[in-house]
Ligand binder design. Sequence first.
Ligand code: SF4
Ligand code: SF4
Length: 358
Amino acid sequence: MTTASAPTNYQLMETRLQEKLDDGTTRCNLCLWRCKLKHGQRGFCQAHVNRYGTLYNLSYGILSAIDVGRIEDKPVRHYKPGSRVMSVGSYGCNFRCGGCHNLEISWGVTALDELARGQSTAAYVTPQQLVETAQRHGAEGIAFTYSEPAVWLEYVLDVSQLAKQVGLYTVYVSNSFVTDEALELMAPLVDVLCSDVKSLDDKFYHDICPTSSVKQVLGSIEKAHQLGIHVETRTNIIPGRNDNPAMLKEIACWIRDHLGADSPWHITRFFPAYKLSHVPETPAEIMWQTHDVASAVGLRNVYVYDDKGCDCAESNSPVSAYLNGNPESVHTVKKCAASCCGDEGIVLKKYEESSDSV
Ligand code: SF4
Ligand code: SF4
């Protein structure tokens, strides 16, 4: 069981979808930001950095959280129901939601800065070790969640390839602000996309990601469906933000028309967090009304979670508890193991000295 490219120790990994442009600039085509970066610059997600004209992922193999539980909690209901899945996340997201519950993980700004400085003590786990960990804990699949897997695609693909070889399924929990090219790479390897449909209002998306639009997100979800990935969608209803009944009905109609009347739609409750700490929890009535309206327009599998919000890692056991190793060995300082930068062995320290912006 091998992947061609997986290193045994932490190191920067070349970004899978990059275009090298003039003057050492690179464009990242993992997500729809399509960041154009010069030497020393990091993308919006902070997880990819241009070094001397090549783009690298900082977070390959770096884990922020692990948990093992029911696939229904992702939430995914129509793929391997009753099976247990190991959820894993890293650091980095291409959105900045005001109500995000996972800031330290999802935005991961501090953790990614530490990696960039060669000072991180986050766990490094090879794809093979991760698959073995899932098997050891009796999981039948691996879910990439907590952070945004679009900005961690190099690792997601390598893990998914190994998982497939040993009969484990994979789930990609995403905001779907992702390129067609990335979806095409994923399609042969990733089994399930559990995607947010946050709103059908462009302003809602602009507020969390100025370059995003409803059309782009829906386009990616539909593309994943057309590529044969099993797709389930989720809407977290936030009072006063995306709770307009007519719009919620439109989401139901869109799912029916583009993913099929049997396509599952998960309606989750908003719990106050971060910039939206003053916004109340979603009343159960709105959620159930939405369920009834969706059913009335012909959507047959609508699930309401009036006790559940996002897939948070707050109550997880420490990552080291799932790995074969004591916490000290898991959390040693991570310095890039690549030798391309000479004796220093800490490529980022060297590049930070010569770059003007990170
Ligand atoms: S993953 Fe997205 S946000 Fe991150 S560098 Fe690439 S295009 Fe930019
Ligand atoms: S809610 Fe999801 S998409 Fe939004 S910032 Fe948090 S992890 Fe990213």
